[in-house]
Design a binder for this molecule. Sequence first.
Ligand SMILES: [Cu+2]
Length: 130
Amino acid sequence: MKWILTLLVAAAVLALVGVSALANQRPGDADLGSKSIEIVMTEMRFSPNRIDARAGQSVLVTIVNRGSERHDLAFPSITMPDLRGVETLTMPGESTRLTLSFDAPGTYPFLCTIPGHAAAGMTGAMFVSP
Ligand SMILES: [Cu+2]
């Protein structure tokens, strides 16, 4: 019986390795592809409160307000050409989509700009790797 379990574990590990190899793209690949993430906003947090991406990769972010107050998601420390004209203020029960893409690796903090919300914990960051 034990060898069957060992076999199953080995198969599971192989499957995980296969998936991660497929998901891994090296810098310099012609097409970095894009990814999607959903961030739920409630009082007073983003969940999850981190976004991971590679430099140049497009990330389609859907922010969903499951709270009882209005919320938004903004990057105060940088200029975001892609976000020009995009209003992220989202009413309870509604959602907003935005596409993020950063050319330079780094950590980009974001927050909810409604007064008091960031101080109460509505903060997060996007981590862009080379
Ligand atoms: Cu908020």
